[in-house]
Design a protein around this ligand. Structure first.
Ligand SMILES: [Zn+2]
Length: 455
């Protein structure tokens, strides 16, 4: 037991020594480890931070693509973008960018066929490109419209006009009248340009002064795009208009002999007489044999139709003819009378003034401006009193059944019918867009996206 006890003692002390050694080792090892770990962790943290930094760098890194405009790498230039000021000449602009006056004069004369500097318009944008602003500008780029730009190259002393390639897409539009045609077009995001073109296409069939709530229209038209951006409305290809129970179709057709809008029977839409002498006007007083006269304060037959429009609005001849009177009287104010044929004459009263070149004996074309809306003579406000004479008697032109124009020659009709049928099929497929409701149409264009062409 004793031996064992000693042994135990010895063993214990040995064990203790070993343990102490071990402990030291463990401590040393542990210390080493922890130091190692400390550094390792620190290293890891650092590398993690470094990684983070790297990520930030990666995140903010952009692939720099050269900015190309007008065919130039813009990054290589100092760029000045301006607009033409009122009464500013090209020489004013260019001399301020140190371009030699003789160079300007030479280029303007030499290249006047390419670009006539007199067409420079206030408000239009231009760009000056320069590699060194202490010396003369390198390029002057003028953009008269979205369709083209003009480059003055002062190094090579050349002027060049570059047309943007136009992509023409066929699109559709439709609407249901709530209050007015204009409001309906605006509410559907359709442009003024498209409204005017629709009126032109249908002007001989639909009297846009008598449009009603629930009238509806559909259009197939060309839209112009430059670099994917819509820039304008091209030709209307087909139009449909429903007014009460009357349906009107207009199909654009063009061949070597004919061009214009035709109805379903291949008759030209263009009639001998326009429906009204003023576009975008409203009828303020109709033809009435028992009207109470607002100025004379008594009953007096109103033998004309009054179209109210802002002072200065152009008045158009409703048909081809010869001016027989260009005069002034107390009641009529300034007025013009036109003889169209043996049967019909028209008269336009209360003009603010006459159009240039309109005199007695002048041959005028349908749609030609003959004067401007005013309130001369007996008138309460600016309007045209439009008078329609048939065999020497004044009649209500809106009640006249004017002879329809003849259809195109029979030989041309089969080809026309092919175009008509395809357009009509497409028109009939279009669904009506209601007020404030944007519906995607079949070519995937929404009324919203059409809004961008609004001038
Ligand atoms: Zn009148």
């Amino acid at each position: 037991m004793d031996k064992q006890g000693n042994k135990t003692e010895l063993g214990d002390s040995l064990l203790n020594r070993i343990n102490a050694k071990r402990l030291l080792f463990v401590i040393a090892a542990g210390l080493g480890c922890s130091i190692f770990l400390h550094f390792a962790v620190q290293n890891f943290r650092q590398s993690k931070a470094a990684l983070k930094d790297a990520k930030i760098e990666l995140g903010s890194f952009k692939v720099v693509e050269p900015m190309i405009k007008y065919g130039f790498v813009m990054d290589t230039f100092m760029i000045q973008e301006q607009v033409i000021e009122e009464n500013e000449f090209i020489s004013d602009i260019l001399t301020s960018y140190k371009v030699d006056y003789m160079d300007i004069e030479h280029m303007v004369t030499e290249y006047k066929e390419v670009f006539d500097v007199r067409t420079l318009r206030a408000g239009k944008p231009y760009t000056i490109l320069n590699t060194d602003t202490t010396t003369a500008a390198d390029y002057f780029i003028y953009e008269p419209s979205v369709y083209s730009y003009i480059v003055f190259d002062f190094k090579n002393k050349t002027v060049e006009r570059i047309e943007h390639p136009i992509e023409k897409r066929i699109e559709t539009a439709s609407g249901v009248i709530e209050t007015s045609l204009w409001n309906t077009m605006v509410d559907n995001g359709l442009s003024y340009e498209l409204t005017a073109k629709m009126e032109d296409a249908l002007a001989w069939s639909v009297d846009f002064h008598y449009i009603q709530k629930d009238d509806r229209f559909k259009l197939i038209y060309e839209r112009h795009y430059i670099e994917g951006e819509p820039v304008g409305v091209g030709e209307i290809k087909g139009a449909y208009y429903k007014n009460f129970d009357n349906e009107y179709y207009a199909f654009y057709y063009e061949n070597d002999k004919h061009s214009g809008f035709y109805d379903e029977e291949a008759r030209p839409m263009k009639k001998a007489f326009l429906k009204s002498p003023v576009q975008y006007s409203r009828i303020s007083s109709g033809f009435n044999l028992r009207r109470f006269h607002p100025v004379l304060k008594r009953r007096k037959a109103h033998l004309g139709t009054d179209y109210a429009a802002p002072r200065g609005t152009p008045i158009r001849a409703v048909a081809d003819g010869v001016v027989t009177k260009r005069s002034r009287s107390r009641g009529n104010g300034n007025y013009v009378k036109i003889k169209h044929d043996k049967v019909y004459q028209t008269q336009y009263l209360h003009m603010n003034g006459f159009a240039k070149g309109v005199n007695v004996g002048t041959h005028v074309k349908q749609g030609q401006t003959i004067g401007y809306v005013g309130s001369t003579g007996l008138a309460t406000g600016p309007h045209v009193c439009f008078r329609f004479w048939k065999n020497g008697r004044q009649v209500n032109h809106l009640r006249e059944n004017l002879p329809p124009p003849e259809s195109m020659p029979a030989v041309d009709i089969p080809l026309f019918n092919v175009v008509r049928d395809s357009l009509k099929t497409e028109l009939d497929k279009i669904e009506f867009k209601h007020f404030r409701k944007v519906v995607e149409n079949e070519v995937g264009v929404t009324a919203d996206s059409l809004q961008t062409t609004n001038p």
